[in-house]
Design a protein around this ligand. Structure first.
Ligand code: UDX
Length: 463
């Protein structure tokens, strides 16, 4: 929609302060959101940590403020994600407050209409209250998994959490169909109480906010959004998929912490239409050497060409692909291509890609849906488990590897999804959903309308 001149005039001079969680899967959607809101007439200031700091020169249209969060050296690594997130919430309060107070007192800049923080940085609600700034949150994950997070107290009361024994894993969660205990969004952490506290902090401080922005769309998650609307009692704005609001190359290329290996694209150009399985487990997950080798042989035996992202550090105890047998790729005669980091959105949009073997991080899941690429699901932790269950059981657009990582099962699952008649329904449902993900951004589409409402909502917030 064209911005009319009255609206533009009205909005001129409003600034939004955005604060991303400094992890790849959270930075990408926050910067996409910043671009979307900038295109609607707002000025943008990004507050960021020194850890994983973005490159301001990629965003000359934004201003940047850094806070020195003083993370202890041994907590800079994200091996225990929950400990890392708890630590950020514990130590960022003071520097973040000082930074925001400074921005608020700076009369040379436009007045601040509101703060938009990642939902996981829940400490920011207290700061916003103290400084009397409206706060909205961006939840970068799915609404469906947030429904599960918002049920943590109930899940604990009913004895599903913390998970006590392997024998419990297949049990259905009758309160949250079609989830089973093994689909609950947990992660290994030194102290399970920390996970509970982070989740409750995120949910409670979202309820206390002036509203939530979602990288999802009504046609995909209408039911979960309605449940959340009732439970949380704050306005919800599903305005996704964010990354499709801009040309594929512009957004996540700039916010990527690692360099994209463009050799993927020329390799894909040489493959047959829809023949390639693209394999990537995102920015944080890691696997054992045994699992790595099962994946390698499963891919090789499937006989489909594969493009595989092996991040440095993906395999425990290895720097990169050292555990592969000598000459592994050569013996496959060009059927496989391995890179350290791929331009994922471009890859998924390529006509040669026929399936995505993913860990079901929400960005990857949504990017796959937008390109109509059916998924092999291998969730590792937290919301990925819920996403995978929705992909395979609710939306019916993928197959989950249920029996661990074993080469025979991998080979069968890939063939079933990509080649067999059996997978036809899945492929068809995926194309239907792709269509819906396009339509929601059109002039009268649900996400476009939600974005209009969001702009009005922000303008109505008084600091
Ligand atoms: C993390 C959490 O693990 C996940 O549970 C949560 O939903 C989001 O944050 P992450 O591992 O970063 O997920 O995965 P994902 O959400 O899929 O985001 C990864 C991003 O990196 C995507 O935008 C993807 O396009 C990009 N990417 C990934 C690349 O640019 N190149 C790659 O090779 C792989």
């Amino acid at each position: 929609r064209q911005i009319n001149s009255v609206e533009m005039e009205q909005r001129k001079g409003r600034r939004l302060v955005l604060f991303p969680l400094p992890l790849q899967g959270h930075i990408n959607p926050m910067f996409d959101l910043a671009n979307i809101l900038h295109s609607r007439g707002f000025s943008i200031t990004i507050i960021h940590t020194t850890f994983n700091s973005p490159n301001p020169s990629n965003y000359p249209h934004f201003t940047f403020r850094i806070i020195s969060e003083d993370l202890p050296e041994n907590n800079r690594c994200t091996k225990d994600l929950i400990a890392f997130v708890s630590m950020l919430n514990a130590i960022c309060g003071r520097p973040f407050r000082d930074c925001l107070a400074d921005l608020l007192s700076d009369t040379s800049e436009e007045p601040i209409a509101c703060l938009i923080s990642d939902a996981i940085l829940y400490f920011t609600q207290d700061v916003a209250n103290e400084l009397k700034v409206p706060r909205m949150v961006l939840r970068t994950g799915a609404a469906s998994s947030f429904c599960v997070f918002s049920s943590f107290p109930l899940l604990r009361e009913k004895g599903y959490l913390p998970i006590q024994a392997d024998s419990q894993l297949e049990e259905p969660i009758v309160e949250l169909p079609p989830l089973r205990v093994k689909d609950l969004p947990v992660i290994h952490t030194n102290d399970p109480e920390d996970l509970y506290n982070v989740v409750v902090g995120m949910v409670e401080q979202s309820k206390a906010s002036n509203g939530m922005i979602w990288n999802t769309f009504e046609e995909l998650e209408g039911t979960s959004l309605a449940t959340l609307h009732q439970k949380l009692g704050v306005p919800l704005f599903p305005i996704g998929p964010f990354h499709k609001c801009f040309a594929v190359t512009s957004s996540t290329t700039s916010s990527s912490l690692l360099t994209h290996d463009q050799s993927c694209i020329s390799w894909l150009d040489k493959q047959d239409p829809k023949s390639v399985i693209y394999v990537s487990f995102g920015s944080l997950a890691s696997i054992s050497e045994t699992q790595f080798l099962e994946i390698a042989w499963g891919l090789a035996n499937s006989n489909q060409p594969f493009l595989w992202v092996v991040r440095q550090g993906l395999v425990h105890g290895s720097n990169w692909v050292e555990p592969l047998p000598n000459g592994f790729l050569e013996t496959l005669g060009g059927k496989g291509h391995i890179v350290k980091w791929a331009p994922q959105q471009q890859v998924l949009a390529h006509s040669s890609v026929g399936a995505f073997w993913t860990h079901n991080g929400w960005n990857s899941t949504l990017e796959s849906i937008c390109e109509g690429v059916p998924m092999v699901c291998m969730p590792c932790f937290t919301d990925q488990k819920v996403n995978a269950r929705y992909v395979s059981e609710v939306w019916g657009i993928g197959l989950q590897l249920e029996k661990g990582l074993e080469r025979g099962e991998i080979e069968r699952t890939i063939k079933r999804l990509m080649v067999d008649k059996d997978g036809e329904n899945i492929r068809e449902r995926m194309l239907n959903l792709k269509e819906k993900s396009n339509l929601c951004l059109s002039e009268s589409g649900s996400s476009k309308q939600a974005l209009d409402s969001l702009v009005h909502h922000i303008l109505s917030l008084e600091s």
